[in-house]
Design a protein around this ligand. Sequence first.
Ligand code: M6R
Length: 590
Amino acid sequence: MCGIMGYVGGREASSILLDGLRRLEYRGYDSAGIGTIDSKHKLNVVKDVGKVEQLAQKTELGGLRGIAGIAHTRWATHGGVTSENAHPHLSCKQEVAIVHNGIIENYLELRQELEGRGHRFISETDSEVIAHLIEEVYERKKDLLSTLIDVVQRLKGAYAFAAILVDAPNVMVGARQDAPLVVGLGKSENFLASDALAFIGNTDRVVFLDNRELVLLTEKNVKIYDFAGNLIQKPATQIAWELGSVSRREFEHYTLKEIHEQKDAVLQALRQDPRSVDYFVDAVQGAGKVYLTGCGTSFHAALLAKLLFTSYAKIPVEVLLSSEFEQYEGMLDEKSLLIAVSQSGETADVLSAVKAAKKMGARVLSIVNAMGSTLVRESACTLLNNCGPEIGVAATKSFTAQLMIFNMLALRLGHRDDELSELWSTGSLVEKALGLEDQVREMTERIHVANDFYFVGRSIHHPLALEGALKLKELSYIHAEGMAAGELKHGSLALISEGVPVVVLNPEDATYADTLSNASEVKARGGRIIGVSNKPSKVYDEYIEIPAAPPVLYPVLEAVPLQMMAYYAAISRQQNPDYPRNLAKSVTVK
Ligand code: M6R
């Protein structure tokens, strides 16, 4: 969703900001803009709808001078996709520029009040009130810190913002309340962003702001305060994500690169601090009731975890969709354990589920990819995916990393120590599955013209059927449905006619024979069966052979061809798989 980047230092800000915006593109956006203060203390803004590259082509950008600036990628919520609604927003006197992520819930009330005092608004956004408020308060106080303290008292909602003022041309300020904001510490320059990836090419020393914190940055100094104005000392963290892992390397898209990275990612996910794994195991064993929560792909990982915990460790688990969590008011208590699953650690629905669970007294643990994210800080303990930044909007390597962590936990909880060591074979098995790429591409090029696809599987293959359908939908825009194979005959079989593709997830395990019967029922009605298995069958019209493996690993191996199918369907339909329409990588609004 929206992305913030800010810079103050000795270099020309606009090119650093532009580079930061390019790195934020993966989050999903529909307009972008940059604002700087020049040596004549004038604010200059260039913004427009469309891609960062279009912004980069604008001739006005060459005229943007200044060593302090802010930039933004906007994913529209309040107000349409127009250049007026794009950020930065200016105050009436053009003395303050702001960029903002999140939602100011009381913006209508504030706007009315400000208009009543003569402020003129240009955009339809909730964000613009921040610029006007800062201008008005600063005129009175002539002090940045007390201005910010006043302004944040007036704002309701979840937000992170950065601002620059002509009166303080060497300073950038920011505030955080329930939306991420990270400081990057450079040498005689400092950065502020909603995501460390925005400045990671310049520094890997960061300070993660917490909720209700303000920051004032100059090229030499970073000062952090709480909302009451007390100075806070916070340690810097060295982040391990290297610049190299943010490049596409030889791959045409991030999505394909990340699919290929899974051969290492599945092993990285197993490299956990043993104390944290013990913490998880003890917490699950000691809990009165265990709940899992997540959204989208992370929800599918949680569904699979439920089956693993139940069958390997005989521990009953409930999986609750984060976006539906309000339904469960009063259901959790002090004896409950909630494990929240999220790639970004910033998904608003997940964070709000965690908040609600904590309010009910539950203990919260998490499985997260983005270190330093809000979810990590909201959890008593976290197991990190360790799979590096995932730029493609589609979750790929983060999903299989989540599955590996759940495999490890389930085997530990079930005291199946001998099987734990087998998990280390996953890297070479995934490598074999990656060898299916040419076959999957060729098949997808033939069948992508179908209007509807179905994905079916039983037991641990059911969440993979849901995930296969989600991947195909979001990347190629083909309608797809995933379901439990046994459910077909309870309704959906009515949709099967000549040539309708049905992907059958059927490796050789306890579910094999029943799933094959379901595949036969589909075939008898003209369906085109795409079998994903380690065992061929004449029922399959197309056969995608994954390597034979310990049963617990089959879902990871199935994920690879399903992701490739979605990727090549997008390519065949001339869609950009990295940035599917209407979607954002990190869904920071509810
Ligand atoms: O960052 P999260 O894992 O919390 O994101 C949750 C979903 O938005 C996400 O898994 C989404 O479904 C995937 N990007 C789909 O590929």
